[in-house]
Design a binder for this molecule. Structure first.
Ligand code: SAH
Ligand code: AVI
Length: 314
C-alpha cells in the first residue's frame, strides 16, 4: 500500500457545500473516521445499547462456511478493524480456499492495522489494502475471481437512497457470475431500542459524533469550539433512519480556512452528521433487484434485529 493521505481529498469541497447551504447544514459521516474516529466506533460496538455488532457477529459465526463456500477472495468495503470479518476468513482458510483479502476503507490507519494483523494471522495470505472512498473509487480494487464482496455493519444505511442506488450499481459491476455480495443491514424495530443504540449512557456515540469537528479543526484549520456542541440522535419514522446531529450551544462563528469559508450558527442550530437507515426485507429485495442483484439467502439473529443478505448477480 502506498502512503495514503490522512483524509479523503473531497473533504474541503464537501464541507464548503454542506455548511453553506441555506437549509439544514450537513457533514458527511465518512469524515468521522480518522484514527480516533475509528477507535471510537470500535468502542461503540461494545456498548450494551449498540446491538448491531453482536447480532451481526452471531450471524457470521453461525453461517460463515455457507456464505463463503467456494470463494478464494474477500473484498471488504468499509472494513474498519475487521473484527467480525475474521469469521469469514477463518471459514475460507478452513476449506483451503483463502487466497486474498482486500480491505477497503477511507481511514488509512485501519487499513494498515488490518493488513499487519491479518498477514501475521494467516502467513501466505495476500492482503491488498486499498485506501479510498467506496462511493467513487471502487475501480481501485484489483481484478479477482471467485470473490465475495462484503459491506458489513449496516454501513450502507449511512448513504442516502440515491447514493445507495449508485453504490449498489457500482458493486454489481464488480461481480462476475459465481461471485457474491454480502450485505449487513440494520432492520426496522422498536423506536426505543433504536434511539438507545445511538444515545449510549457512557457517551461514546456523542464523542464519535463530535469527532468530526476535531477532524475539521485539524485538517482544515477550523476553529470549532467542540465543547460548544451537543450530540443529538433520534429516529425519523418517515425516512426510516436514525439521524445524528450536532446542536450549537449558543451562537457560533467558525472560521474554516481550508474550505475558504466562515460559518455562523444560531443558538440551537443543528448540523446533520449521519443518517443510519433501517431496512425491511422487502426494501432490500427491491433495492438489490434495481441494481441487478437477487437475494439468495437472508439471515437474521434470533431476535430479528439485524439482517445479512447474500446476493448474487442476476
Ligand atoms: N465494517 C466494520 C466497520 C464499520 S464502521 C464493522 O462492521 O464493524 C464504517 C467503516 O466504513 C469505517 O471504517 C469507515 O472508515 C468506513 N467508511 C465510511 N464511509 C466510507 C467511504 N465512503 N469509503 C470508504 N470507507 C468508508
Ligand atoms: C458504521 N455505521 C453503520 C454505524 C451506524 O450505526 O450507522 C455508525 C454509527 N453511528 C453511530 N453509532 C454508530
Amino acid at each position: 500500500m502506498s502512503a495514503p493521505a490522512t483524509v479523503l481529498p473531497s473533504l474541503a469541497a464537501d464541507v464548503r457545500d454542506g455548511l453553506t447551504r441555506s437549509g439544514l447544514k450537513e457533514l458527511a459521516p465518512k469524515y468521522f473516521y480518522d484514527a480516533r474516529g475509528s477507535e471510537l466506533f470500535d468502542q461503540i460496538t461494545s456498548q450494551p445499547e449498540y446491538y448491531p455488532t453482536p447480532c451481526e457477529r452471531a450471524i457470521l459465526n453461525r453461517h460463515a462456511p455457507h456464505i463463503v463456500a467456494g470463494a478464494h477472495e474477500l473484498v471488504e468495503l468499509g472494513s474498519g478493524l475487521a473484527s467480525k470479518t475474521r469469521a469469514l476468513l477463518y471459514a475460507m482458510a478452513g476449506t483451503g480456499g483463502l487466497r486474498r483479502y482486500v480491505p477497503f476503507d477511507c481511514d488509512p490507519w485501519v487499513v494498515e492495522r488490518c493488513a499487519e494483523e491479518l498477514t501475521e494471522l494467516y502467513p501466505g495470505l495476500e492482503v491488498n489494502g486499498v485506501v479510498g472512498d467506496f462511493q467513487t473509487d471502487l475501480d481501485a480494487i484489483p481484478r479477482g475471481e471467485r470473490r465475495v464482496v462484503a459491506l458489513l455493519g449496516g454501513t450502507i444505511g449511512n448513504l442516502y437512497p440515491g447514493e445507495r442506488a449508485d453504490f449498489l450499481h457500482a458493486v454489481r459491476r464488480l461481480l462476475a457470475d459465481g461471485d457474491r455480495f454480502v450485505l449487513g443491514t440494520d432492520l426496522v424495530k422498536d423506536v426505543a431500542v433504536l434511539e438507545a443504540a445511538y444515545n449510549d449512557a457512557a457517551g461514546v456515540t456523542a464523542e464519535f459524533n463530535l469527532n468530526v469537528l476535531h477532524v475539521l479543526n485539524r485538517e482544515l484549520g477550523a476553529d470549532f469550539d467542540v465543547d460548544a456542541f451537543a450530540h443529538v440522535a433520534f429516529f425519523d419514522r418517515d425516512s426510516s433512519w436514525v439521524e445524528m446531529r450536532l446542536r450549537a450551544r449558543g451562537e457560533q462563528r467558525v472560521s474554516i480556512p481550508g474550505a475558504g469559508i466562515e460559518v455562523e450558527l444560531a443558538d440551537g442550530e443543528e448540523i446533520r452528521t449521519e443518517i443510519s437507515s433501517k431496512f425491511t426485507l422487502q426494501a432490500l429485495h427491491r433495492e438489490l433487484a434495481e441494481a441487478g442483484m437477487g437475494i439468495e439467502h437472508f439471515y437474521t439473529d434470533p431476535d430479528g434485529l439485524f439482517g445479512l443478505s447474500v446476493a448474487v448477480p442476476q
